[in-house]
Design a protein around this ligand. Structure first.
Ligand code: ADP
Length: 739
């Protein structure tokens, strides 16, 4: 048995020293716990070494020397053990101060504790041992040891109770077990000498075992210990985003786990690469001057598309040390954007195809309607038979409703494709309402309804807005009111709400005593191509487009539309349109407008111009016949040709005042013909007004023709009144006669 304990303690000395050095090398040496552990391991190692030496001695003096040296490390151990536990428990306050300060008392006791006369050394069964002569200092030493143990126990219990995190409780439990072990060892050191036995080095063995138990605790704490000082490090490792740190030459120095798995490279492989071997950076240039910058590029290693956020690392003089690069993988996002773009393009193409189909369809339908309505107009003008006139009137009415459907579809397609624009100008409120009522009162009368028109006399007389669209809105709503009312009254109430001197809100209320709208249908009212209450409305003509167009126009004008209705009793549509005031003088009574000279729509006196000459250029014979027929009563001299080339031939020898030029013609179209007309040297009709004649009625068509050099524009089907008004506006006054 002799010297076995000595060897064991020597082995403990080596082990604890090794553990201390491991902690300081493997973990963050700046962390206080790690440094304390290193010191505690060092004390423990010296303690074990001295007692190992002591046990191996045969002479008492060297044994005395080894014990005296060893006692320094014993007291050091006490101080360090208390301190490290206080830190682990994060304990502050009076008790912590007391426990810390008291542990130093051992150093005061040290000189008395090693006093030669108090200790006797002798050989026992496990080697050299010692015994104390009973005295005050020996007792004081025992009391000191007991109090340090009590302090440590209190700290550990505090740690167990106060800590909320599980790892701290686990830690406290482990520490408590090791303290109990150490205490048992201390009893052997303390009690054996009291009973006249040699001191068995239980505490020396216990303290080394304690250090060995503390070692995993410290490693565990290091792993679990998240404080604000090391939080950045945790973020760095915990973040899912790959992070790469490169030096100033562009070589990777540090990468987090996400970066290794993102690039599918080991740290060794990555450190041998250059940032430009990893990313395909434009111009192969890294950001230089700014603190942070972002660039997007593809990754050469995994073909992904990434966004790189560079944060510059500079030294205290501002010189570049390297960059922290946070990588965001945009591959999925980019694929999604590409997919969405492809889908958007497909949708746009489909929408364009639809719009162009609708525009073409409207163009194609307008041409025959032009013929139908034109020829019909001639029958109406020339027929003396009542029954023929009645048939012709029916054709006119059906043709007009077909035209209105086509116009609605065209408007809708324009709105859908976002090509609907407002064309704003100054207009007369009274004139507009008067015209509308003139047209719609006939319809109301036909149905036996009374049409009640109220225009607030103080409404500003001239406003600024898109009169054509406002007319369309009122016509649609008023038409519906008449359509969906079988008996009673339809009321149009127009008034204004004052905003400021320059702006007003025009309020248009259309009330009817018609079929009304069910509550559940209200939400579908403005949906395109949707008609509600089919049971009651299926016999009434309609496409379900009117209200949807009205709503879009109102939105375009930044106005509002409200509907209230009582099913079976009637409905009320209220539209509010913000408008600019151009003339604030009151509009007065609507009857004043009846007294005004009939405007151009209702020109009663027939004007003629027998000396005027016009040329019609159209490849379609029926269209020529229609136009000729419509111009008949103006008595102008009409020539007609069917191609651009014939037109150029005609103008060489004839002087025309007006040329009606069709757009779509085979070989030389209207635009090309116009170009030649303008460039021709021997053009006898150089001063002729050229009017584009086309079935193209899409928005902006007029502006387009004017920009191409035409003087005016007439869309098919040609309105005879519009045709005449335009004709006389361009003819010299001396040619016009009134009959
Ligand atoms: P339509 O061409 O069918 O009249 P609208 O878009 O103008 O299309 O109207 C949509 C639906 O709203 C109509 O089919 C009708 O059922 C209902 N509606 C519109 N105005 C009225 C009204 N004044 N009274 C009752 N129902 C109406």
């Amino acid at each position: 048995m002799i010297n076995v304990l000595s060897y064991i303690l020597f082995a403990f000395c080596i082990i604890t020293l090794f553990l201390g050095v491991t902690v300081i090398l493997r973990t963050d040496r700046h962390e206080c716990e790690n440094r304390l552990f290193f010191l505690i391991s060092l004390s423990s190692s010296i303690w074990s070494f001295c007692w190992s030496m002591l046990l191996a001695q045969t002479e008492t003096f060297p044994a005395y020397v080894w014990r005296s040296i060893g006692m320094i490390s014993v007291f050091g151990y006490m101080v360090l053990a208390t301190t490290i536990l206080l830190r682990l428990a994060n304990m502050r306050g009076a008790f912590a101060t007391w426990a810390f300060c008291f542990s130093f008392v051992g150093f005061i006791l040290f000189p008395f504790n090693i006093k030669r006369s108090y200790i006797t050394f002798r050989q026992v069964w496990f080697g050299m041992s010692y015994q104390f002569a009973p005295n005050f200092w020996f007792t004081a030493y025992n009391v000191y040891t007991a109090i340090v143990f009590i302090n440590i126990a209190v700290i550990i219990i505090y740690m167990f109770n106060k800590r909320t995190r599980t790892y701290q409780k686990v830690l406290a439990r482990k520490l408590l077990i090791s303290e109990c072990g150490l205490f048992l060892g201390v009893l052997l050191d303390t009690f054996c000498p009291m009973f006249g036995l040699g001191a068995f080095p239980g505490s020396s063995l216990g303290q080394a075992l304690c250090v060995m138990m503390l070692f995993p605790v410290i490693l565990f704490t290091n792993r679990s210990h998240i404080s604000f000082s090391n939080l950045a490090q945790y973020i760095y490792y915990a973040t899912e985003a790959p992070i790469l740190v490169i030096d100033s030459s562009g070589c990777p120095r540090i990468a987090n786990d996400s970066a290794y798995s993102f690039f599918n490279k080991t740290s060794g492989q990555l450190s041998e690469m250059h940032i430009l071997d990893i990313f395909d950076i434009k111009n192969r240039l890294l950001p230089q001057d700014r603190d942070t910058s972002r660039l997007e590029c593809s990754c050469i290693l995994n073909q992904s598309f990434c966004s790189l956020h560079f944060s510059r690392i500079s030294d205290m003089y501002g010189d570049l040390l390297g960059f922290i690069i946070v990588i965001t993988d945009l591959t999925d996002k980019q694929n999604m954007i590409r997919q969405l773009e492809a889908e958007r393009n497909r949708a746009n193409q489909a929408n364009e195809a639809k719009s162009s189909f609708l525009a073409k369809m409207s163009h194609e339908i307008r041409t025959p309607i032009n013929a139908i309505l034109g020829m019909d107009e001639m029958i109406l003008r020339e027929s003396s038979s009542d029954s023929l006139t009645k048939y012709a009137l029916d054709i006119k009415s059906a043709g007009k409703s077909l035209l209105s459907i086509i116009n609605d579809i065209l408007d809708f397609s324009k709105i859908e494709s976002g090509r609907m624009e407002l064309i704003e100008d100054t207009y007369s409120v009274g004139g507009m309402i008067h015209d509308l009522v003139n047209v719609l009162s006939v319809k109301a009368e036909d149905k036996g309804l009374s049409l009640d028109i109220r225009l607030a006399p103080d409404t500003p007389s001239r406003l600024y807005g898109d009169e054509v669209r406002i007319r369309q809105i009122i016509t649609n709503i008023l038409n519906n009111a008449i359509k969906y009312t079988n008996k009673g009254t339809v009321t149009l109430d127009v008034h204004w709400e004052s905003k400021d001197e320059e702006h007003t809100t025009l309020v248009i209320c259309v009330r009817d005593t018609g079929i009304g709208i069910r509550k559940e249908d209200m939400s579908r009212l403005f949906h395109a191509f949707q008609r509600v209450d089919p049971h009651k409305t299926h016999t009434i003509e309609g496409t379900g487009l009117g209200l949807s167009i009205v709503q879009k126009f109102v939105e375009l004008m930044h106005g509002t539309i409200e509907v209230s209705s009582e099913y079976g009793k009637g409905s009320c549509f209220t539209i509010r349109l913000p408008q600019k005031i151009m003339d604030a003088s009151p509009v007065g009574s609507l009857s004043d407008f009846d007294a005004l000279p009939a405007d151009n729509l209702h020109n009663v006196k027939q004007r003629t111009a027998p000396t005027a000459r016009v040329l019609i250029v159209d490849d379609n014979r029926v269209n020529i016949a229609v136009l000729k027929g419509l111009l008949k009563r103006t008595k102008v001299q009409v020539d007609a040709v069917q191609s651009g080339a014939d037109c150029l031939e005609k103008v060489r020898t004839n002087m025309y005042q007006i040329i009606y030029l069709d757009h779509m013609m085979p070989e030389m179209d209207g635009i090309e013909t116009l170009k030649h007309l303008r460039e021709m040297e021997d053009n006898a009709s150089k001063n002729a007004v050229t009017i584009a004649l086309t079935a193209n009625a899409i928005v902006g068509a007029k502006e387009e023709y004017l920009s191409l050099g035409f003087d005016d524009y007439l869309s098919k089907p040609i309105e005879s009144e519009q045709l005449e008004t335009m004709l006389f506006s361009y003819l010299p006054e001396e040619m016009i006669q009134e009959e």
